[in-house]
Design a protein around this ligand. Structure first.
Ligand code: C5J
Length: 223
């Protein structure tokens, strides 16, 4: 049996049972998070993103200890780029395109060094790892079926970036009927005002996309 736990989340209480909840970690891959990767090449300050790693590690290890399902995602394309629409690759005529060789191998290509999840949050055997060609974790992946097999109804989100892949994945999940909670200290953007706006728009209008809460509330509930 898996008791129902309750958090004083925003905008109101979030109730979940560990057995029916997955922790979804979005795109904590080296190219977005580490100095010297693709994200930094684009002119972004990756120190904003590396700052959340300790909170993510604490949450992940508590969730593993509780026996909860873990999902890791990577924004990743196949080596032949057959799953990368030209509209995505060519948008804005960038200097470094998806598939080009960047500082940590080919940009956003599966199996390249920069596409690996950072070692601090490396997947363990048995955990779900999703390579997703889009921003959302459900588009063109088998995630919904994998969650259904495990009777998962609730999703806790962390990862990067808040307003792009995290929010897109939460919106996809919300439309599929999942109750979603964003762990606010375990997500970040290259643009702090975008993170703030995304958090607010997620829990506005009676949790129109989902709930938000600090990870300490989940840690307290699990303890
Ligand atoms: C993610 C991006 N993971 N910002 N990708 O958010 O392009």
């Amino acid at each position: 049996s898996s008791p129902v736990l309750s958090l004083p989340a925003t905008p109101f209480a979030y109730d979940f049972a560990v057995a029916h909840t997955a922790l979804v970690i979005i795109d904590m891959q080296r190219d977005f998070v580490e100095p010297g990767g693709f994200g930094e090449t684009l002119g972004n300050d990756v120190s904003l993103l590396t700052a959340i790693v300790p909170a993510c590690q604490t949450m992940l290890s508590a969730w593993r200890k509780a026996g909860g399902t873990v999902v890791h995602t990577r924004e990743a394309h196949s080596a032949d780029l057959s799953d990368c629409p030209p509209a995505k690759r060519n948008r804005g005529n960038p200097k470094l395109r998806i598939g080009d060789v960047g500082p940590m191998g080919r940009i956003l290509v599966a199996g390249e060094p920069g596409n690996q999840i950072i070692p601090e949050l490396a997947p363990m055997p048995g955990e779900i790892v999703i390579d997703k060609p889009g921003k959302g974790a459900f588009y063109a992946t088998g995630l919904q079926e994998m969650l259904a097999e495990r009777a998962i109804t609730h999703l806790l989100f962390m990862g990067v970036t808040t307003e792009v892949c995290v929010q897109t994945s939460m919106r996809e999940a919300n439309d599929r009927g999942y109750d979603c909670l964003l762990l606010v200290d375990c997500t970040e953007s290259y643009f702090p005002h975008f993170k703030a706006a995304a958090v607010e728009m997620i829990h506005a209008q009676g949790a129109i996309v989902g709930w938000t809460a600090p990870s300490t509330m989940v840690l307290t509930a699990l303890a």
